[in-house]
Write a protein that binds this ligand. Sequence first.
Ligand code: SF4
Length: 378
Amino acid sequence: MTELTQEQIEGRKKEIADAKEVQESLLESNKKLVNEFGAGVLKDIIDQCPNFYTFQRGLIYTHRDFDQYMQAIKKRKKVAIVSGVNASGKLHIGHKIVFDTNLYFQKEYDIPVFIPISDDESYVAGKVKTQEEGLKNSLILAKELLAYGFDPHKTFFIIDQIFTNVYNFAIKLSRGTTMSALRAVYGYNMEDNCGLFFYPAVQSAHILMPQLKEHGGHDHVLVPIGPDEDAHIRIGRDLAPKFGLVKPAILHAFFIPGLKGGKMSTTDPGSAIFLEDDPKTAKAKIMKAKTGGRETADLQKKYGADFEICMVYKYLELFYLRKDEILDLQRQCKGGGILCGECKKRLASHVEEDLKDFQERLEKVKDETVQHCILRNV
Ligand code: SF4
């Protein structure tokens, strides 16, 4: 039977240390929000959180005022969710934590979801070349979101090129903040175009709008986001009381690592599974994912593998396996009772099924339904 060389043992130690460092760094943004910017740790209020996997598996790490939002639900107050997407981006598995959480609230508590698709920000930030491209992408994303499962009767897309009334509210809010405050958050410089400077007022309009009488007069709004977006939403939170509105609550999901073990990136297609990937492409990406496996099957059977640094395990654990199945996989992996190829096929079959279902639903979403869900000027 093959033995490990000293070099292999040292190499392995380094690989494990590096992988753990990457995973820790993905949580760094959330920790910084707690240590430097006053966010709360979700686990401290876990008894008030829903019995849903994104809460119970620790996928949402930090929050602002989420306990108050849950109280508002219990008191049967009128509540809403605002959850935006970028008009230059594609939907990928990294969005799953936020979207599944939004869907849970929509289904469980009948909560309306407002989805700003930032066609104008994508344009002023140069993420799309033309306004037409921003609008076209927005309509594609709206269709995909309906296919994802959002209820067309309780979902409202905010596409600013269509719902231009939003700018009127943004103008009102713009009196409540200053260029210095915006520069401190966004780091813009004087050479940046002025559209970028105005967009934070527009984004604040998106998140505060559901509280206006003409948009339902909701008492409380929840904004589930990635930790990197907190500073932007803080501008809207600071503005709220100046205009007699309630500060929106925030949930911060944590960054899911990419398939290659680093950050998930839309510019590195191999690191992410996109909802538009055909199932075969997704499977091919998974088969190349980073694992904690050994160099050979013999070594793995003898010394076991390391699920702690394995992305295939991570995705199975986060999204697909029950608690007992997770423990069983951990045991088998450590004990050398399973090879990485089997796990990859297991994950691929879950993902392939999800993508197939999503793409079948996408075929069925009608353009009229998308149009029906877009907020319009009245
Ligand atoms: Fe990951 Fe499975 Fe390989 Fe263990 S056996 S490292 S869980 S792919």
